[in-house]
Design a protein around this ligand. Structure first.
Ligand SMILES: Cc1cc2nc3c(=O)[nH]c(=O)nc-3n(C[C@H](O)[C@H](O)[C@H](O)COP(=O)(O)OP(=O)(O)OC[C@H]3O[C@@H](n4cnc5c(N)ncnc54)[C@H](O)[C@@H]3O)c2cc1C
Length: 559
């Protein structure tokens, strides 16, 4: 029984044309060349909600309804008429469908399976634009209206709820949220079912499975994020990590015909995905949020046929034999002829609860002219006792009224180069505060105040300082490599000319040629982005290296 007969799509206003465009007869004919015609009967269900097989339909005659089942009833989402088509972002990812498609009378459709649809969008740029835009606008609408098959019952005060919200959001997955703090009935209901506070959040997926405070991996499994991926297939290229570097490698690799699988331990986007606004990435003069950049890159990689495995961590690289194999959480090893490692690095963060609220709006992990301009002549804080902190302090002192250099230890002598210590001593604008650490950040839209503590006497001081540079270093995500590759003293992966003859001898480099530019001490294994020794730790350099690596992958695959 369909409850609402006015389709939700009618509320789209100006965006209706983008979400539900009508193809011209010539465009329909081009789709038809990739698919097969099919008669449809009144009431026939073409695709059931939650079905694994993704099929795409263009209506030639009659109508196809897109409905969202909701208990015993349905919500009418849209009605596709002649020239219009079904599908949304899951057509690219191969994930289960979120809607039921049903014929609203007799008619005819053109049917394409996912492989044929991908072939179409890769070869017909006009149709590719129309379909991609429609799929993405539709997915955005589903997210905005919470029209997914996941219900999250949680609380703003529970870290698990925030984690799952972030995971679903960064994976672009629609869900309905119920807040137990605001809905007394729900709290009562949970009490009756003996759901304890520590069980929150509760996640109901596919409208039937109930999970209590699931891990991201459990949730990904329940939603079926990776169901369409064949892990036994020998790949041309496995990319580990779906930050900017890994996604760039995926886009270039897949678009150049390689069979690419990306393995991502969490959600696409990496560190950049957590940046509220990236202002220095080429082509976005007013900036772009890290999440939006990642979402676009993720769709682009999928459009070219790259598969992305979500919430699966690479645990080990079987590097002693060929083909190599990447071992992942709870799954068989994935065999591959080449590997691009793009696992990034984790910036050491301040242990403050509300830190993420101010990242990019008062808390920075890099001190470049861009950040210096944001600070103008304000007072700033730099935390850290290493060379990166020293360099940042000296650099910022050129423009800032005062730089408070906060170090937890009693001095700089052990952790910083002598020349930097001298520069700091000679720069009156830098005030060195030893045995001192930041203990609180305050503000609303932007950081406004900082409290620090002198650990020798316990004194607390609060200052109206709007900029904190966290320069306490980054830890590379290389622990899973277990000695397969040559690393530098901090654990970053050495590549190309940085590999010394000793490194290559120790690694038993077997080829007559030296390693290529981004190649590690293991042939056909590359490292790109933040995880690579000497990388600049910028989105643009990660993207550049990810795309460069592909031309080298082609070369090694021919060896
Ligand atoms: C808050 C913040 C703001 C920033 N702002 C800017 C900015 O404005 N401009 C700029 O140019 N740069 C900025 N940066 C730096 C930029 O984000 C990084 O340089 C960039 O993200 C590096 O990309 P990457 O792909 O190499 O690594 P990452 O972005 O770190 O991605 C690595 C990915 O690998 C995954 N991974 C790790 N280990 C495994 C494993 N074992 N198995 C599977 N997957 C794994 C991670 O989950 C992650 O998704 C910012 C960084 C932060 C933290």
């Amino acid at each position: 029984m369909t409850e609402a007969r006015v389709p939700l799509a009618a509320e789209l206003g100006a965006r209706f044309e983008q979400a539900f465009p009508t193809l011209t007869p010539a465009q329909v004919a081009r789709v038809a060349a990739h698919g097969r015609p099919r008669r449809i009967e009144p009431g026939e269900v073409l695709v059931e909600e939650g079905a694994q097989t993704t099929r795409f339909f263009v209506v030639r005659e009659g109508e196809v309804e897109i409905v969202k089942p909701s208990g015993a009833s349905e919500v009418l989402v849209a009605v596709c008429k002649a020239g219009q088509f079904t599908g949304e972002a899951n057509m690219l990812s191969g994930q289960r469908g979120l809607m039921r498609l049903r014929a609203n009378g007799p008619g005819e459709v053109i049917e394409l399976d996912r492989e044929r649809l991908l072939a179409l969008v890769q070869t017909d740029s006009e149709l590719s634009d129309i379909l991609m835009r429609a799929f993405l606008v539709r997915r955005l609408e589903l997210i905005t209206r919470g029209l997914g098959d996941v219900v999250l019952v949680g609380s703003n005060n529970s870290p698990g709820t925030l984690r799952i919200r972030e995971f679903l959001t960064r994976n672009g997955y629609p869900y309905t949220s119920v807040d137990v703090d605001r809905d007394a009935d729900i709290q009562g209901l949970l009490d009756r079912f003996h759901v304890r506070v520590e069980d929150v959040p509760i996640v109901i997926c596919h409208n039937d499975h109930m999970l209590r405070n699931p891990t991201n991996q459990q949730l990904a499994a329940c939603i079926g994020f990776n169901d369409a991926i064949d892990t036994a297939q020998l790949r041309d290229l496995v990319i580990v990590g779906a930050g900017p570097a890994g996604l760039a490698a995926a886009v270039y690799g897949a678009s150049e015909g390689l069979d690419v699988l990306v393995i991502e331990g969490s959600a696409p986007g990496g560190q950049a995905g957590s940046s509220s606004k990236i202002e220095n990435y080429l082509g976005f003069p007013t900036g772009i949020s890290g999440q939006e950049l990642a979402a676009r890159a993720y769709s682009q990689a999928q459009k070219f046929g790259a598969q992305v495995m979500i919430a699966k961590r690479a645990r080990h690289l079987a590097c002693g034999r060929k083909p190599y194999a990447v071992e992942v959480d709870e799954g068989p090893p994935v065999p591959t002829r080449s590997v691009v490692i793009a696992t990034g690095a984790e910036y050491r963060k301040l242990p403050l609860e509300n830190l993420t609220q101010f990242e990019g709006v008062g808390v920075y992990y890099g001190a470049t002219p861009m950040e210096a301009r944001l600070c103008g002549g304000d007072e700033v804080i730099v935390t850290g006792g290493g060379n990166s902190a020293g360099q940042a302090a000296v650099f910022l002192a050129q423009t800032a009224r005062r730089v408070h250099l906060l170090v937890r230890s009693g001095g700089l002598a052990e952790s910083m180069s002598r020349y930097l210590i001298r520069r700091i001593e000679e720069t009156p604008a830098i005030v060195l505060r030893t045995n001192t650490e930041v203990v609180a950040l305050e503000g609303s839209e932007h950081l406004e105040r900082v409290r620090w503590r002198d650990n020798l006497n316990g004194n607390l001081e609060t200052h109206d300082i709007r900029h904190v540079f966290v320069m306490t270093g980054a830890v590379p995500n290389t622990h899973w490599l277990d000695g397969c590759l040559a690393l530098d003293e901090k654990g970053f992966i050495k590549t190309g000319p940085d590999l010394t003859p000793d490194d290559l001898t120790a690694a038993r480099w077997p080829l007559a040629r030296p390693p290529h530019l981004l190649e590690t001490s293991l042939p056909a294994v590359f490292a790109v982005g933040d995880v690579r020794a000497g990388n600049l730790k910028r989105v643009a350099s990660a993207v550049g290296e990810g795309s460069n690596a592909i031309s080298l992958v082609h070369r090694v695959l021919q060896e």
